[in-house]
Design a protein around this ligand. Structure first.
Ligand SMILES: C[S@@+](CC[C@H](N)C(=O)[O-])C[C@H]1O[C@@H](n2cnc3c(N)ncnc32)[C@H](O)[C@@H]1O
Length: 295
């Protein structure tokens, strides 16, 4: 097991002593590129954060100014840099058991509804999509809930989680499934023993999600803005949390239109507590704030 210390991408704010100055028009160009590529809407207040993050890219590439960086981005040679730009700008903040009411709802309401209801017809397969997976804390939290439920309360079901994100960087971290002790603090002590391998020797202080759990998770890069999604599966639950907040109303509408057909009848869409579908037209029924059901 090779150590892979997790570092929140937010922690790099201010870690550069003297980022090169960015002019208002350069900032506007960066803002527009980021918006076009990801619909992440960077307001004027994000300028410092953007500079701190982009200066890291400038250093990595040996480019001294933002003007030259923008030229490079627009050139054929800089095509791959677009991924790095979006990677460095997107906010990947996440943690285990974030917004815990959603996981309570999953184990106390959704799972019994689908798996303990004799009237429910369907395969014995429980499928979840974590649509903005970030570094994996969200889908691994879900995986612990599912494994516990299917090994203690209801037998005979398989489960899997599709984990997608626009950022290759965080997705690679998620796929590794290695976390430092402080990242997994919210995990119950008995689940820590049951679901994590503890690093030894030079991996001391790191914990890796056990293979028996990780093999139920599939990781794919996916831009939620893509006109359509390259999978046909439907899901009992879609977690699309703390990503819509970056999108304008029109983009939120497009996203919900694309997600709806992928939710099974009786299934759920869960968004972040700070988000709402109030300004979006949709056929879901609001069950609780941030939890929507397809009737
Ligand atoms: C704040 S994190 C949310 C993580 C997790 N869902 C949670 O609630 O803890 C937002 C994630 O959305 C991803 N993201 C931003 N724009 C995206 C897009 N257009 N398509 C897919 N993922 C996107 C970012 O890369 C980031 O990992």
């Amino acid at each position: 097991m090779s150590p892979s210390p997790f570092q929140s991408s937010d922690s790099d704010k201010g870690s550069f002593l003297s980022p090169p100055p960015i002019t208002p028009s350069e900032y506007e160009t960066v803002r527009k590129i980021v918006y076009d590529q990801s619909r992440i809407n960077l307001g004027p207040s994000k300028k410092e954060l953007v500079m701190a993050r982009l200066s890291k890219r400038l250093r990595a590439l040996g480019i001294p100014t933002y003007a030259q960086y923008l030229d490079f981005l627009g050139s054929a040679a800089g095509r791959d840099e677009m991924t790095n730009l979006i990677d460095s700008i997107s906010t990947n903040h996440t943690y285990f058991f974030r917004e815990p009411q959603h996981f309570d709802f999953l184990s106390q309401v959704i799972l019994p509804e689908f798996c303990e209801n004799p009237a429910h017809k369907g395969g014995h397969q429980f499928k979840v999509w974590s649509a903005a997976t970030s570094s994996g804390e969200e889908p691994y939290t879900i995986s612990l809930i599912l494994d516990d439920y299917f090994s203690t309360r209801v037998r005979g079901w398989s489960w899997n989680i599709l984990c997608t994100d626009i950022s290759t960087r965080v997705l690679a971290k998620a796929e590794e499934g290695i976390f430092t002790k402080d990242r997994i603090n919210p995990v119950r002590a008995d689940w820590l023993i049951r679901y994590f391998d503890k690093g030894v020797g030079e991996s001391d202080g790191f914990f890796r999600v056990k293979d028996s759990i990780r093999r139920n998770l599939t990781f794919r890069v996916l831009n939620l803005l893509a006109p359509s999604y390259p999978f046909r599966d439907t899901f009992q639950v879609v977690f699309c949390r703390n990503v819509m907040i970056y999108f304008d109303r029109e983009t939120q509408q497009e996203l919900v239109n694309k997600i709806y057909p992928l939710v099974e009848p009786g299934g759920y869409l869960i968004i972040g507590h700070a988000e709402s579908l109030t300004n979006v037209k949709h056929p879901f029924k609001l069950v609780k704030p941030s939890i929507y059901r397809k009737e």
